[in-house]
Design a protein around this ligand. Structure first.
Ligand code: PMP
Length: 361
């Protein structure tokens, strides 16, 4: 069996830090010297309590949360949060959503089951190639409970480089750029994110909520859908996804030991800039999104020829660069450069873009 690893540009589950993978390997066998592996360890043990508590505290620090916010580790992926929050909170009321991509649209579809959804911005007509400019949104109508936005649009490859404001509490799907840049987490009433891009493996979803909302939530829902119960039981109402939580704890430890969010952001900017510069300098490839909205996490580009795009992705894969095919709904190409992406992988991609152009331009 080969121990050789290739460069992974997958949009998620995505690349994780090598040191964390080694720690996870060790923990499968023996968690922190206990003689028990993480997969075999009771979620009620002191051993696991220490893991989840540490993950919570690290996330609190990294996301600059305040004492009035609760950190939950839930099941069901970000898609469950698309309906769980409106189901708990909306109850026939009104919310504003920004339609900036496939996942934002998915969140809107689910929210519409539970109330009136205003959508003052959509870039659907132009292939979701941009997010709203700072200061361009109208104030939300009276009675609006929250503004929902997707901070990074994984499929289209756009990202908010500011916090949108329509004068109401903020709700954000941070699935694909959480922990990649500084955020004032305490400004948000609700944050959610699937772990499988910047935080860890699939299987755990982070949900962060302001405690003041707890009293507004519907208490007449099935138990697993009640945030209040998850808060009361500190994510232990049922068996939490222990292994993914363990990995999130290790990834956040890795972040804190390597300069924190600021250092990560600097690296993310440098890596994204290098790839965009290579695309912009090329006569064969072009970026798919408007420059001011470009994502640092998911870089979408194309040759303009679907067959040639496919041939690029295939050929890249043969050269040890995997996961460059765009999302199946939009085609084209996409390079995901999450926090753990290596400079070597970026070097290899930039070189391969040039090589492919020389052979096909
Ligand atoms: N939101 C965003 C921004 C995403 O990128 C994804 C998954 N790629 C989802 C939601 C859906 O997440 P999950 O698969 O965890 O339900």
């Amino acid at each position: 069996m080969s121990d050789h690893r290739i460069h992974n540009f997958s949009a998620g589950p995505g690349v994780l830090p090598e040191t964390v993978l080694r720690e996870a390997q060790e923990a499968l066998w023996n968690l922190n010297g206990s003689g028990i592996g993480i997969l075999e360890c009771s979620h009620r043990s002191a051993l696991f309590e220490a893991v989840i508590e540490s993950a919570r505290n690290r996330l609190r620090r990294l996301l600059k949360l305040s004492d009035d916010q609760e950190v939950l580790f839930l099941h069901g992926g970000a898609r469950t949060q698309f309906f769980m929050l409106p189901q708990n909170l909306l109850r026939g009321g009104r919310a504003t959503y920004l339609d900036t991509g496939t996942w934002a649209a998915g969140a809107i579809d689910e929210a519409e089951r539970f109330g009136t959804i205003d959508v003052p911005f959509s870039s659907r007509e132009t292939g979701y190639d941009h997010v709203p400019a700072p200061g361009s949104l109208p104030a939300a109508p009276d009675g609006t409970l929250y503004l929902h936005y997707t901070s990074n649009n994984t499929v289209a490859g756009t990202e908010f480089h500011h916090v949108p404001d329509v004068g109401v509490p903020l709700v954000c799907d941070m699935s694909s750029n959480i922990l990649s840049r500084p955020v004032e987490g305490s400004r948000y009433h609700f944050i959610y994110a699937g772990a499988q891009k910047n935080m860890g493996p699939a299987g755990v979803t982070l949900a962060i909520l302001k405690r003041e909302w707890l009293e507004r939530f519907d208490t007449d829902l099935p138990a697993m859908l009640r945030y209040g119960l998850h808060v009361k039981k500190q994510s232990m109402y049922n068996t939490p996804p222990t292994f993914p939580i363990f990995v999130v704890e290790r990834v956040t430890a890795w972040l804190e030991a390597n300069g924190g969010i600021e250092a990560m952001e600097a690296r993310n900017i440098a890596q994204a800039n290098r790839i965009y510069a290579a695309i912009d300098a090329s006569d064969l490839f072009r970026g798919k999104t408007q420059v001011e909205s470009r994502s640092r996490m998911n870089i979408t580009f194309t040759t303009g020829d679907a067959a040639l795009d496919l041939s690029f992705a295939k050929s890249a894969s043969q050269h040890g660069l995997s996961g460059l095919k765009g999302h199946s709904s939009v085609g084209g190409l996409r390079a995901s450069v999450y926090n753990a992406q290596t400079d070597e992988a970026v070097d290899a991609l930039v070189a391969f873009l040039k090589e492919f152009e020389a052979n096909h331009g």
